[in-house]
Write a protein that binds this ligand. Structure first.
Ligand SMILES: Cc1cc2nc3c(=O)[nH]c(=O)nc-3n(C[C@H](O)[C@H](O)[C@H](O)COP(=O)(O)O)c2cc1C
Length: 252
């Protein structure tokens, strides 16, 4: 099994998204998969200009010559695309969305009805047959991922691929302030990666366990209050200014 893993976090390997991806990729490798990972923030990738040359003149080929050319060959030869992206303004990051837009060069301009009765484009080359999502969010509720998951699933369908699962761990502030809370989770994420490599799918009960928020909202807000204190000190605010601020995340 060949996997292309793209990290769309603007913080690359310093971010929480990568921490989750890294655990998953280690599991995939342990299970025998060949993994190519890429930090999108290190690349120079332009927006799609909608010239549609890829559809009308040079089927399958984008005219823009940039670092997408480092990604296309892996997309063409991989079985699984691992989309790693934190939630930014309720969906994937612009880095990841730009890559998705640039992948329309795999599509032909014609319209066909797919096996699920949706109108879609056929393709001149295949994106990976399976997509898998890994994400984190700043807010602690699992609903923070709803718009992202909907978009990820829609994009999977656009490319004629199948969604193989999602790992969405909310509450990235606590993941950074108290990483020890999440160690068992990283183990489970590693198991999920290994399972995917060995069996081509991950047990839904394991995904459910991984995706259940570890901390209550109240506990999360208490941990986040320490981060808020740090922010206020950096901003040179006094505690009386803090007390009159807009809400106190440490409050019960
Ligand atoms: C531009 C931007 C927009 C964000 N929007 C959201 C959001 O809509 N919902 C949310 O829960 N977190 C949001 N966050 C928080 C990130 O999801 C969180 O900080 C995450 O840890 C970032 O990923 P990273 O650690 O890999 O950098 C946003 C962060 C940034 C920088």
């Amino acid at each position: 099994m060949r996997v292309i893993a793209l990290n769309g976090s603007a913080r690359g390997k310093k971010g929480v998204t990568w921490k989750l991806m890294d655990a998953f990729l280690k599991g995939l490798t342990e299970g025998g998969a060949t993994v190519k990972d890429t930090q999108l923030h290190e690349l120079n990738i332009s927006y799609c200009t909608a010239c549609l040359t890829c559809m009308h003149r040079t089927p399958g080929q984008c005219v823009i010559k940039d670092d997408m050319n480092q990604i296309y060959p892996y997309l063409k030869e991989s079985d699984i695309f691992l989309m790693g992206t934190p939630v930014y303004t309720d969906t994937m990051t612009a880095l990841m969305k730009t890559v998705m837009d640039r992948c329309i060069c795999c599509l032909d301009p014609f319209l066909r009805i797919d096996e699920e009765d949706r109108t879609r484009h056929p393709y001149s080359w295949r994106m990976p047959a399976g997509f898998f999502l890994i994400s984190t969010s700043g807010f602690p509720e699992k609903e923070s991922f709803d718009p992202l998951i909907a978009t990820y699933k829609a994009q999977t369908a656009n490319f004629g691929s199948k969604p193989l699962g999602e790992i969405c761990v909310p509450g990235s502030i606590a993941l950074q302030v108290e990483p020890q809370n999440f160690e068992p989770h990283l183990d489970m994420i590693g198991q999920a990666g290994k399972m995917l490599a060995l069996f081509g799918k991950v047990e839904p009960t394991l995904l459910e366990e991984i995706n259940t928020p570890i901390l209550s909202r109240q506990k999360y807000l208490q941990i986040a209050a320490r981060y808020e204190d740090w922010c206020r000190r950096r901003r040179g605010e006094t505690s009386s200014q803090a007390a009159s601020g807009r809400g106190n995340p440490g409050e019960n």
